[in-house]
Design a protein around this ligand. Structure first.
Ligand SMILES: C[S@@+](CC[C@H](N)C(=O)[O-])C[C@H]1O[C@@H](n2cnc3c(N)ncnc32)[C@H](O)[C@@H]1O
Length: 196
């Protein structure tokens, strides 16, 4: 299972954002939706072995975490509008949720887990923090069962300095600063090439 954890500093934590204004009213929900697409879809298929969890930290009710699991997902299509509709539906159930995962639709879950909770729970795995100044992914050679953590347009909290606390390594996917969704595609591509 390939797993991505994305930190969204401003991502909406209530469903009252507009599909016509995902960047403004949704706290960059366009970016979150693009990450979901890059994490879970290929041109003609779904990546059934992949999951993405995004940590939403914008107003009015943070933190919330939502996961989309490619192995389970049904009736969701790879476009920003459709993904955002499912996120809105999921956020409607936020009042019913605590620290455990609640399934709101096949393959979609929501929880009150914070970004730190998500990392803490995966401390026994190989955690890789995606950062421009990290070690080259081609040297590090991560595997498909590892966990990849990335930031949004603002970056990661504490500028990624939390890495050591969780025994995580920083890795770079290339010489430029890429969009979050592009970084996910590059990780997939590197793992695909090595067949891991
Ligand atoms: C648009 S970048 C964030 C830029 C932000 N201004 C910063 O200083 O972090 C979005 C996320 O993509 C990932 N990313 C972008 N370029 C990368 C690279 N070359 N190597 C590894 N991760 C990268 C990082 O996780 C980053 O937080």
């Amino acid at each position: 299972m390939r797993e991505f954890i994305m930190y969204s500093s401003k991502g909406a934590t209530a469903p009252e954002f507009f599909l016509k204004d995902l960047p403004g009213s949704g706290g960059r929900m366009d970016l979150v939706a693009r990450c979901v697409i890059s994490a879970l879809w290929l041109s003609r298929d779904m990546r059934r072995d992949s999951r993405i969890v995004f940590s939403l930290n914008g107003p009015p009710d943070p933190p919330l975490a939502i996961s989309f699991d490619g192995g389970e997902l049904e009736r969701v299509s790879p476009d920003e509008r459709n993904i955002s509709i499912w996120i809105k539906k999921t956020l409607k159930q936020r009042k019913d949720v605590g620290g455990d995962w609640l399934e709101t639709h096949k393959g979609i879950q929501i929880s009150r887990k914070s970004f730190w909770n998500l990392l803490e729970e995966r401390k026994d795995k190989n955690l890789y923090i995606l950062q421009e100044e990290g070690d080259d992914i081609r040297e590090v050679k991560p595997r498909g069962e590892d966990i990849f953590v990335l930031g949004d347009h603002i970056g990661l909290p504490e500028n990624g300095k939390f890495a050591e606390k969780f025994g995580a390594k920083r890795i770079s996917v290339g010489p430029e600063s890429y969009f979050s969704s592009q970084s996910i595609s590059i990780v997939h591509n590197e793992l695909d090439r090595r067949g891991v």
